[in-house]
Write a protein that binds this ligand. Structure first.
Ligand SMILES: NC(=O)C1=CN([C@@H]2O[C@H](COP(=O)(O)OP(=O)(O)OC[C@H]3O[C@@H](n4cnc5c(N)ncnc54)[C@H](O)[C@@H]3O)[C@@H](O)[C@H]2O)C=CC1
Ligand SMILES: O=C(CO)COP(=O)(O)O
Length: 754
């Protein structure tokens, strides 16, 4: 019986072969299909938002997709014998742009690619493994190969030198030494199957035990293999020679412990397996029997206390229907729940959102512990579940210095750095209340400085200047740039969130998983944007607060960052009204932000302050269109008036408790609307949009030197939300901005559409 919970996403005309979630979004997934296209989906609307057509790939099928972890905007694909790099922001409208880079990598058709820093590895039909060093632009091949098709491969993470595991239709799993280009060890699954079948006429061994897919858990030590006989194997590097439930194997010099997951195997070959991103103890597998199975693999983490071999590990089965096969699947975590996308042979993508939280508290603790263990490069293997659950060390709150408040700024863009400057001035001035030093998290990148390429953090700490995002502005000495976001917040009890809204989810997840955010902390969000989920809207103070388990208020105002940094007088609004302020009073917050040139008005309307900042960005885009069209001041005033009305109506409709006065009387309302429509980046780029015909993404790249636009993205998010609610007609200006930016509505039709 097919599961009723599966939503079908339709666009591909032939079976989908590969799926990959964007690193920081559980709502964005890329798919490739035998129809020779690649599509990018917004799972909130269940619609494709970008497509690359067969001409991009020379009519080769894209068999494998990997998102870059370093640059959200880049996707790598394996396609025929080539690997291509695509810029997901490029192209125009729905159509993706040409490949940014393209390399002939393999001798035969590539089945899977894997990414590790600058290295891209590929497994091909001839059984060969290739590694392309994208920086040096060299391709090397391993000196030996699988004796049949190499179907799958991955890099083992957290290793000082890159290492690969690959699997093939020769039933081998091979562990590669990339320096010597030779296998360190290999394991033949066929041997295991034969052993397991001794005295057991189950018949499974008649299906050849091809290794179809491999996955490694986050910690990088427990692997899982989807095998052609229908079973899913898990294995890990052994720690001792003691007898355990699983089979112990010697891989040349390496001892590995292997066990088949108990319970019902797939009735035909298992085609794909993945450690669930939503639960470290779960594996999700798909098979040629048309079923998706979720397994409890927690015993793979237990040392010396495994369940008996054969005990059932199967926790859930989804049947996709008669005659279906699972080609691919991948998982993510979304708002604490599990999400699986599945490619079957129909060409549809099936979306399965697990109903309840997949993880009970212990499981979540396990996930956090595993991640902590990874980060602290624990010398031993993952501690047993029992150790983790009893551990206070991993989960105890970070110690907060008694007496003084410690402040951290999460974000270091144009506004992030300007706010850090203000805060650093105040922590130095009020050193009786605050610790002077303020860590500022910097999303690390290389910058060209005085003729040399150097890490941005290094330059900031040496020059006391953010040369990329706020040049020519001296920062207080107490500001310390820190590339590790977890280290940046460790020990802080006032956290200031100030980064472009598209990156907030990823960063918060990282912070939450670290377990390092003090429960005694409070936060202030300076982010202008909204968070839209499938058919719901939330605001960043709330989503950040929920994710991290702390109270978060909001700061927003008529604050063009460069002007504030130059200390030109302005006002701002801070909404802060925690039930329990954890010792950080409203007065303390005001003390932290108020300067003579930066006048703080306090209020309690967190939703109003946050919404005003987000929505005015969309109006600023419309104002920019008016400028681009050469319309006059009267026209722009009309846009601003209509915009303000829509901002208020939107707030009242979806957040009935907001105060109208927040929009009409505070700096974060009318004043921010005015300054943004006169001077902001959204306005500037929207003007250029009309004048040049370039896309907003291109203009962001051309004009902003790494800074990010918020207005167009917010218009798109609002549109999808309003569309779901059937209310686009009530918000004509917001809708017109979306239609002009993304749907080709001519800008000169703005007036008749608002
Ligand atoms: N710039 C301004 O004048 C003002 C901005 N704001 C708001 O403040 C928020 C932050 O804006 P800005 O500081 O101006 O940022 P920005 O527009 O300068 O963006 C650049 C920042 O994004 C970071 N970044 C780029 N890729 C990233 C990734 N993959 N993951 C994480 N971070 C990445 C960069 O490292 C850099 O710190 C936004 O919501 C904006 O609307 C509010 C008031 C004024
Ligand atoms: O929010 C801002 C001013 O308050 C800045 O707006 P822009 O992002 O359009 O520059």
């Amino acid at each position: 019986m097919a599961s009723p919970a599966l939503n079908r996403l339709k666009a591909h005309k032939a079976p989908v072969l590969s799926l990959a979630f964007a690193p920081s979004s559980s709502d964005t997934v890329a798919s490739s299909s035998e129809d020779c296209t690649l599509r990018l989906w917004d799972l909130r609307t269940e619609k494709p938002v970008k497509a690359w057509l067969p001409n991009t790939f020379g009519a080769d099928t894209v068999t494998s997709i990997v998102w870059s972890e370093r640059d959200e905007g880049s996707i790598w694909v394996g396609c025929g014998t080539r690997v291509l790099g695509l810029d997901v922001r490029g192209g125009s409208g729905m159509l993706g742009g040409k490949p940014v880079v393209e390399k002939e990598v393999a001798g035969d058709e590539i089945n899977q690619i894997a990414l590790h820093g600058d290295l891209i590895a590929a497994a091909d039909d001839l059984g060969d493994i290739y590694v392309w060093d994208t920086k040096a632009d060299t391709v090397s091949s391993m000196k030996t190969n699988h004796t049949s098709i190499a179907s799958t491969l991955l890099f083992i993470p957290h290793k000082p030198t890159p290492t690969i595991l690959s699997g093939g239709l020769d039933s081998q799993i091979m562990h590669w030494d990339l320096t010597r280009k030779l296998p360190k060890s290999n394991l033949n699954i066929r041997d295991l199957i034969v052993e397991a079948a001794e005295g057991d006429a189950s018949g499974q061994m008649f299906n050849p035990p091809f290794v179809n897919s491999l996955s490694l858990n986050e910690e990088g030590k427990v692997w899982a293999a989807a095998v052609g006989d229908g079973s899913v194997f898990v294995g890990r590097q052994g720690q001792d020679d003691g007898a355990r439930g699983g089979k112990k194997r010697k891989w040349n010099e390496e001892a590995w412990e292997i066990t088949a997951l108990g319970g019902e195997p797939h009735r035909a070959g298992a085609s794909v397996v993945e450690w669930a991103k939503f639960d470290p103890t779960r594996l999700v597998s798909g098979g040629n029997d048309g079923s998706v199975r979720i397994w409890d693999a927690s015993r793979a983490f237990e040392q010396g206390e495994q369940e008996e071999e054969g005990a059932t590990a199967l926790v859930e089965t989804l049947e996709l229907g008669e005659g279906k096969k699972v080609n691919w699947l991948t998982t993510t975590e979304r708002s604490g729940k599990g999400r699986v996308v599945i490619a079957d042979t129909s060409g549809d993508i099936l979306l399965y959102d697990l109903r309840g939280p997949p993880s009970n508290t212990n499981k979540l603790a396990t996930l956090q512990a595993i991640r902590s263990a990874i980060r602290s490069s624990a010398p031993t293997f993952i501690p047993s579940l029992r150790t983790i659950n009893n551990s206070t060390r991993l989960f105890s709150n970070t110690h907060i210095m008694a007496g003084k408040h410690t402040v951290a700024v999460v974000g270091s863009g144009n506004w992030g750095t300007a706010i850090a400057k203000i805060v650093g001035e105040n922590t130095a001035q009020h050193s009786d209340v605050f610790n002077k030093d303020v860590k500022m998290w910097v999303f690390e990148e290389e910058v060209e400085h005085e003729g040399k390429k150097r890490p941005l953090t290094e330059v900031i700490n040496e020059k006391h200047e953010n040369v990329k995002y706020l040049p020519n502005i001296a920062l207080p000495e107490g500001i310390v740039a820190e590339p590790d976001v977890v280290k940046a917040v460790e020990g802080a009890n006032i956290l200031i969130f100030n980064l472009p809204h598209q990156f907030v989810g990823k960063v918060c997840k990282q912070l939450r998983d670290s377990g390092k955010v003090s429960k005694d902390a409070v936060g202030i969000s300076c982010i202008k944007g909204v968070e839209i989920s499938k058919d719901d809207i939330s605001l960043f103070p709330y989503t950040i607060g929920e994710e991290l388990g702390i109270y978060v208020g909001a700061l927003s105002g008529a604050n063009i960052a460069n002007e504030v940094a130059e200390e030109k007088f302005c006002e701002t609004t801070i909404a802060y009204a925690p039930k329990d302020d954890k010792g950080v009073s409203s007065d303390t917050i005001k003390k932290l932000f108020h300067r003579d040139y930066f006048r703080v008005g306090m209020c309690e309307d967190v939703a109003g302050v946050s919404l005003a900042g987000a929505l005015k960005n969309v109006v600023a885009v419309a104002a920019g269109f008016a400028d681009g069209l050469g319309w006059g001041d009267n026209s722009k005033a009309a846009v601003m008036r209509v915009g303000l009305m829509e901002m208020k109506k939107f707030a009242k409709t979806f957040f009935p408790d907001v105060r109208s006065a927040t929009f009409t009387e505070e700096s974060c309302g009318i004043a921010d609307l005015i300054t943004s429509c006169l001077g902001g980046r959204n306005r500037r780029c929207a003007e250029a949009f009309v004048k040049t015909g370039k896309s907003m993404d291109e203009l962001e790249q051309d004009m902003l030197n790494g800074q990010k636009l918020q207005g167009a993205g917010t218009a798109e998010e609002l549109f999808h939300f309003l569309d779901k609610k059937g209310k686009t007609d009530d918000f004509k200006l917001f809708t017109a901005v979306y239609n002009i930016v993304y749907q080709g509505l001519p800008p000169d039709q703005l007036a008749e559409n608002i």
